[in-house]
Ligand binder design. Structure first.
Ligand code: 5CA
Ligand code: ZN
Length: 412
């Protein structure tokens, strides 16, 4: 699948900082791999509706990860998927009397446009589930041959992963069995399905049903892939056994990321699947999580159509820490628009306080688990001083503009 178009990222002088991130499995902030190419897999959209600010916040988070690695001179291999076949897409298409392929293509195209407007560096590989079906089916066959998966004997052709084949199951999310069961039911799982060995066993392959699209699964028979194996198979194919970062919103911690890691670890015999499991907080509106199923959404494309500067959207989302669940408000956007205006004015000043010092401060705060609220405060202080005429560094305005562009992705 085609990715979107990137833009030039300015190179910065001075010494970059190695990035430390919070790992959900080990529950602490730890350095990301210190050298060599960095690999990252981020769970992308299920394209049945337009990009909302929650998607944008999560994509911006991992964009900053990539920017920090690049700043440190590390080549980055970044893969993002599009779940272009799954129940929610089929349900929405059915509700609206639309072809699911057309719906998916339209919303994916809009997502690409939104990502470009937000200046998100594109992934090296942008991959759809449908185009990956042969790889996914082959992985399911491997798990069956290995005794880590089983076919239900009810004639549906459905195949499940046996979590007993993953002795460390639960290490990533650190949840109790009861919590897992609850989230599994809430987030697309089927704990009560008859014939399963364990209520938490996740679906790997869904045998074809009347009226649903199906693909040739070879020995699996016709059907379509389960969700967690989709991400495991795509990541393994393009990035290999051990990722530096597996990312997404914290709604994916369990069961999605726990199960993809369990699949991948069983398939490769190597663990952990990812050195860092990184989860962005949920953006909410009016007190609850912004989600397509609830319909309480603010779309990036709607704001763009209303002539909101995408850089202000970026700044509004960066004003909170990426791991915090937080609310979107009109006020947040208003403050971000004002901040953007002040920063733009300040980088047009003839001089300002030391640009090199500001850059060092920004790097240091970002290196510590992407502390963007602190970074915004540093740039605010610099901008106020520059506008008050207290700084004497004539190079500073240009360097600050480059710093904000390269590390925050905000073009002034
Ligand atoms: N296609 C799957 C992942 S394989 C999926 O979860 N799609 S999604 O469209 O529901 O979400 C796309 C990405 O945005 C995921 O990383 C998800 O965790 C994140 N996300 C969804 N809703 C929010 C929200 N309200 N706030 C922050 N991130 C969100
Ligand atoms: Zn995923």
């Amino acid at each position: 699948m085609e990715s979107w178009t990137g833009h030039e990222v300015p190179r910065l002088p001075g010494t970059a900082q190695p990035l430390a991130l919070y790992d959900s499995a080990r529950r602490t902030v730890l350095p990301t791999a210190p050298d060599g190419p960095a690999t990252m897999y981020v769970c992308g959209i299920t394209p049945y509706d337009a990009t909302h600010l929650g998607h944008a916040a999560t994509m911006i988070t991992f964009d900053l990860v990539q920017r920090m690695w690049r700043d440190a001179g590390r080549p980055v291999s970044y893969v993002q998927n599009v779940t272009d076949i799954d129940d929610p897409l089929l349900e929405r298409a059915e509700r609206d009397g639309e072809d699911w392929v057309v719906l998916g293509m339209r919303e994916t195209a809009l997502f690409r446009e939104d990502m470009e407007a937000l200046r998100i560096i594109p992934p090296e590989h942008y991959v759809g589930a449908v185009e990956s079906i042969p790889d996914i089916a082959a992985r399911v066959v491997e798990l069956l041959d290995d005794g880590a998966a089983y076919r239900l004997d009810d004639g549906t052709g459905d195949v499940y992963f046996d979590i007993a084949a993953a002795p460390r199951f639960g290490y990533e999310s650190n949840l109790s069995r009861e919590e897992m069961r609850e989230l599994f039911a809430e987030r697309g799982g089927d704990p009560d399905r008859a014939g399963k060995r364990d209520p938490l066993d996740p679906l790997l392959w869904r045998g074809s049903r009347e009226g649903e699209p199906a693909w040739n699964g070879g020995p699996l028979g016709p059907g379509r892939p389960g969700w967690h194996i989709e991400c495991a198979a795509i990541a393994l194919k393009l990035l290999g056994a051990r990722l530096d970062v597996q990312g997404g919103g914290n709604d994916l911690l369990f069961p999605h990321h726990e199960c993809s890691a369990a699949h991948a670890e069983r398939l490769t015999g190597e663990e952990p699947f990812a050195r860092h499991y990184v989860h962005a907080g949920m953006i909410g509106l009016d007190g609850s999580k912004m989600s397509k199923s609830k319909g309480n959404l603010v779309f990036v494309s709607r704001l763009r159509a209303d002539r909101v500067d995408p850089m202000a959207i970026r700044l509004a989302l960066l004003a909170g820490h990426y791991r915090a669940d937080r609310q979107w408000t009109e006020e947040l956007l208003k403050l971000a628009t004002q901040r953007l205006g002040r920063w733009r004015e300040a980088v047009r000043a003839a001089a300002g306080p030391s640009g090199a010092e500001l850059l060092a401060g920004v790097r240091e705060r970002l290196a510590d688990d992407l502390d963007t609220p602190a970074v915004l405060a540093l740039v605010d202080a610099w901008a106020e001083a520059a506008l008050a005429g207290t700084g004497t560094d004539p190079e500073a305005p240009a360097l600050v503009a480059r710093t904000v562009d390269a590390l925050l992705g905000v073009r002034l």
